[in-house]
Write a protein that binds this ligand. Structure first.
Ligand SMILES: [Ca+2]
Length: 260
């Protein structure tokens, strides 16, 4: 009897403290990428791939055709700005700066600079859901910006179990969750946007090892959802390739609910 109770308690604690689910993937396609792409932001909008490249004096916005992979448009960012993540929301392109405490708004068609607004600290990665711009600052914090007032409505702290996950970098909103690169990690994590819990992850160690063995590339960074919910482009800073991958099924709702 005692054993039964203990074993029940043990099973329950395992369930409530369940580890994030590992997603699997397969590579569908690879496209070559020039090594001057110091990738900070990656997003697909209307069959074009938008990429922001960082560095002082070398930051730029680039637009590639998704199908052919050809560069169609480039805009050089002012040399005092280190460009970070980007996202396109309601036909406006938002670009973060790393340490200027500013985000810029561009017309994605021609990269005309429309305006800018203040952010409280560093900018790293940015994405959006249907109502908010969502960005990271290199800590465990993810902020939700109201796109009308440009004020911060909510701050989420990201945790894997009890551990805070810092260095959150490039982001992508996929299937009602926030996918994030973690700076210096070969994993992409999947975050529940209500609780901040890491509910799944994708281990890209194999791709990173292949890249590192053939070039002097930097870390994994860049996630862009293609038109299909399970087709995702991933890349890294100064990587010679970007990869289109297909991930395993979206996380089942019962697992997601059990983790809340
Ligand atoms: Ca992205």
């Amino acid at each position: 009897m005692k054993y039964t109770i203990l074993s029940f308690v043990f099973t329950l604690s395992i369930k409530t403290a369940a580890a994030p689910t590992e997603l699997t993937y397969r590579i569908l396609e690879r496209q070559s990428q020039t090594l001057d792409n110091f990738v900070q932001g990656l997003e697909i909008f209307q069959k074009k791939l938008y990429l922001s490249s960082g560095g002082y004096g070398e930051s730029s916005l680039r637009k590639y055709d998704v199908k052919s992979g050809e560069l169609e448009l480039e805009y050089k960012i002012s040399s005092d700005i280190f460009a970070e993540g980007l996202t396109i929301f309601k036909n406006q392109l938002y670009l973060l700066s790393w340490r200027n405490k500013r985000a810029m708004i561009f017309d994605p068609r021609n990269f005309n600079l429309l305006s800018n607004f203040k952010i409280p600290g560093e900018g790293w990665g940015i994405t959006h859901n249907e109502t908010h711009l969502i960005y990271s600052d290199g800590t465990d914090r993810i902020r939700f910006i109201n796109p009308t007032s440009l004020k911060i409505d909510r701050i989420l702290h990201v945790k894997d179990g009890k551990r805070r996950v810092k260095n959150l970098n490039e982001l992508e909103y996929i299937n009602n969750n926030i996918w994030a690169n973690v700076w210096l990690s070969n994993r992409i994590i999947v975050i529940d946007p209500q609780s901040g819990k890491v509910i799944a992850f994708l281990d890209l160690n194999k791709i990173v090892r292949e890249i590192n063995s053939s070039s002097t590339s930097d870390v994994l960074n860049g996630i862009a959802l293609d038109s299909n919910e399970r087709h995702i482009w991933i890349t890294g800073k100064r990587w010679p390739w970007r990869f289109k991958i297909e991930t395993s099924e979206a996380i089942p709702t019962d697992i997601k609910n059990a983790l809340k």
